[in-house]
Design a protein around this ligand. Sequence first.
Ligand SMILES: Cc1cc2nc3c(=O)[nH]c(=O)nc-3n(C[C@H](O)[C@H](O)[C@H](O)COP(=O)(O)O)c2cc1C
Length: 156
Amino acid sequence: MQNINKNLNILIVFGSTLGKTKHLAELSGRTLEKMGFNVIVKDVFSTQIEELFHFDLIILGCSTWDDGMLQYDFRDFFSKFVHYKFHRYKFAVFGVGSRHYPHFCASADIISGAVDSVGGKLVCEPLKIDLDHDEPIDKCDHEMVEWTKSLASNLV
Ligand SMILES: Cc1cc2nc3c(=O)[nH]c(=O)nc-3n(C[C@H](O)[C@H](O)[C@H](O)COP(=O)(O)O)c2cc1C
């Protein structure tokens, strides 16, 4: 951990319908802030693709809906994102979903595949959070914090 570059600016963009992904994005943001990073957390609904270029690490978080599809607000952002180039930019991806559905956390696979296609570099394995809309919102907090700390340790 001693070689982590804490001067990095980090953007977390989330797409969330019922608030679970929003909660986890904000938790990740607070965790990174406590570690000394500069972090902005934004709803995908109000995020322009061009904003991403101002950050050293971009974390994309999105829930899965409608039989394996991206969360509704994320779809428009995503359809633009795939037409840009992000060579040398660092990314991390987390998906939120439920194992009760056949395409568990498909959002994480879809987005991480797109990051690769636009030339971005994933700094860690995508996280798939099993948290349904009717479960306690803090059920996966520990998992999120641990993943966040682990991705931070890859930022040299
Ligand atoms: C109608 C409906 C469809 C869903 N489809 C999927 C799915 O295909 N795959 C999955 O992993 N989760 C699925 N989920 C679970 C949601 O992703 C989960 O409830 C998540 O917590 C929602 O997060 P959000 O509030 O941040 O949008 C679905 C939930 C609902 C209510």
